[in-house]
Design a protein around this ligand. Structure first.
Ligand SMILES: Cc1cc2nc3c(=O)[nH]c(=O)nc-3n(C[C@H](O)[C@H](O)[C@H](O)COP(=O)(O)OP(=O)(O)OC[C@H]3O[C@@H](n4cnc5c(N)ncnc54)[C@H](O)[C@@H]3O)c2cc1C
Length: 543
């Protein structure tokens, strides 16, 4: 059995855990982050990717609204390569309460959000696809943030500062000595057991935080609320479009990379269903019909896939509905709450308040360890966002690689582009045409960004995330694992199989029309031509 001694253990590799690993490493502490799947595979990778202005919360939850606005400004400085400054609109439809517009403007003013009322004509100029029948509009500083890029950059920085990152490793028990925690026992994908020993353990396991607490015999009831989202096959809006009404289903359309995303629903689910990512037909119907009310062009698009996430909300007694429960940050010192020293839970909040959550958590961990170092994460840019002055164009001059390819790589990795783009031939070779991912980028991701399989690779590079959903690139990507990841040829085929199964989960809920036709085509390529059914059968026999 392997044993590691460290100062702090972080359970969970979502944005919160990754941000905490970065913060603690910057303060000079040793830490080990343990994630049972891949980084950003929990709720962090299952949301809209909205860089909130805070306006969505400005009527009912001023504290969250204010926090969002503050972090919005900070993230634009330290993580600009993960952000697109799209701007946002709140628009009132004829069927909505016209009085809410004023209420929202007032709430925004109170929370320090620069919301500005604009004419309908101006709104239609900003977003030509918008429903021309809207009654009123205001602009807010919304944007979009790529959760995978953000988490990966935090992880990379933590690692470069000495943190140990264990992905595909599950914490199975919390070790205690009297009324103090002393470490965790965890198990890798291959079944190896590792003991990690530390005086402080941070539970950043999101909605799974209830299970982690249970390992320490502590009750922490979560209030799971599932939200589903739908991706359509092209980018029908350039600005985030929000519906100006109290939060409800289907009231936002977020542009992201080459596609747009309609969100979201909110359904209470029992705790034992948090890993069941089924999307119901009624959710798809709501998202399509409400999305069409905001942007009528939705009806001319093809639904590419649907997915859902579960909000990590800690139940507060007396509150009964998913959208009414606080989205605020919950930081628990279990010494004070339950008499167990060394265990800290961080939950609630949002993707975009991850840095603030990490700061508060690290402050508490440092206090427990007697470390006086202050947080610097609000000042120091993430890897890729080091300075604003170097652009893809500079690299192009040196390498002669086509502008479009350089631009895509720069878009995903910011200034770390330098570590990827060289004049080598592999940077001309496109592996994923939809997202312009080159062989060089894949090599970099496998070697430097903790990529263990094709699904991880998708999160780091967007391979297979474009309109073809992996149909034309997945097998090439799998082949490169043999080249750069030391996988056997049989292992690469298994990676391919698992990747397609994963993609299939999101495609299944939207199988009709052209989408169905394309899936049939993919099926025949992979099952018929490449014989993947053979792997299927072998897996079934093993299982
Ligand atoms: C539908 C929906 C839409 C949203 N939209 C937005 C948005 O647009 N903007 C925004 O800012 N926020 C949004 N959010 C909120 C945001 O996604 C979450 O607040 C945030 O991602 C939580 O991150 P986290 O790191 O705390 O948790 P998670 O990302 O869930 O990370 C927890 C990690 O812990 C790991 N883990 C669990 N148990 C163990 C174990 N035993 N051992 C090891 N690892 C373990 C999990 O695998 C997981 O990766 C949305 C949420 C939902 C559900």
């Amino acid at each position: 059995m392997n044993r590691i001694e460290t100062d702090v253990i972080i359970i969970g590799g979502g944005a919160t855990g990754a941000g905490t690993a970065r913060d603690l490493s910057m303060r000079g502490l040793r830490c080990v982050l343990i994630e049972k799947n891949d980084i950003a595979s929990g709720t962090t990778g299952r949301n809209h990717g909205l860089l909130h202005s805070g306006a969505r919360y400005a009527v009912k939850d001023h504290e969250s609204a204010h926090e969002c606005m503050r972090e919005n400004k900070t993230l634009r400085k330290i993580a600009w390569h993960c952000i697109e400054d799209t701007g946002g609109l709140f628009v009132t439809l004829p069927e909505d309460d016209p009085g809410y517009h004023r209420l929202l403007l007032e709430g925004c003013r109170y929370a320090g959000i620069p919301a500005k009322e604009i004419s309908i004509r101006k709104a239609l100029q900003l977003e030509p696809n918008l429903n021309p029948g809207i009654l009123s509009a205001m602009t807010v500083p919304d944007g979009t943030i790529d959760p995978f890029r953000l988490t990966s950059s935090n992880m990379l920085d933590a690692k470069e500062r000495g943190a140990i990152i264990l992905t595909h490793t599950r914490v199975s028990s919390i070790l205690k000595e009297g009324s103090k925690v002393s470490g965790v026992s965890c198990i890798t994908k291959n079944g190896d057991v590792i003991e990690v020993m530390a005086p402080v353990i941070i539970n950043a396991a999101g909605v799974w935080g209830q299970e982690v607490c249970a390992m320490a015999d502590i009750k922490l009831p979560m209030f799971p609320s599932k939200g589903s989202m739908l991706i359509i096959d092209y980018r029908i809006n350039g600005v985030v479009v929000n519906r100006c009404r109290p939060p409800a289903d289907g009231d936002i359309i977020v542009p992201g990379d080459t596609v747009s995303l309609i969100g979201t629903t909110s359904k209470e689910i029992p705790y034992d269903k948090i890993d069941d990512y089924t999307i119901d037909d009624d959710e798809i119907d709501i998202l399509l019909s409400d999305g069409e009310k905001l942007i009528p062009n939705v009806k001319n698009t093809r639904a590419l896939r649907a997915y859902c996430g579960v909000r990590p909300l800690v139940a507060v007694s007396g509150e009964a509905e998913g959208r009414n429960i606080s989205r605020g940050i919950v930081l628990i010192d279990h010494k004070e709450r339950d008499g167990l020293d060394g265990l800290i839970t961080i939950s609630g909040g949002k993707l975009m308040t991850y840095r603030l959550m990490a700061e508060k958590t690290s402050d508490l961990a440092c206090k427990k360890l007697g470390v006086k170092k202050k947080c610097k994460t609000h000042k120091v840019p993430l890897p890729g966002s080091e300075s604003r002055f170097s652009s893809g164009r500079t690299v192009k001059r040196f390498s002669g690689i086509p502008d479009s390819v350089v631009g895509s790589t720069f878009y995903r990795h910011g200034q770390r582009l330098r570590n990827i783009m060289t004049g080598e031939k592999k940077n001309y070779r496109l592996i994923c045409e939809c997202e312009m991912v080159t062989e060089g980028e894949i090599e970099y991701a496998i070697k430097k960004l903790d990529v263990k399989d094709l699904v991880d690779l998708r999160r780091r590079t967007r391979i297979g995330m474009g309109p073809c959903q992996g149909e034309l690139c997945a097998y090439r990507g799998a082949g490169l694992f043999h080249e750069y990841g030391g996988t056997t040829p049989e292992g690469s085929v298994e990676l391919l199989h698992d990747f397609l199964e994963e993609r299939w989960k999101g495609i299944r809920p939207v199988l009709w029309g052209d989408g169905l036709r394309e899936s049939e085509f993919t099926y025949w390529i992979y099952q018929g031509l490449f014989g993947l059914s053979h792997v299927n059968n072998k897996k079934k026999k093993k299982g």
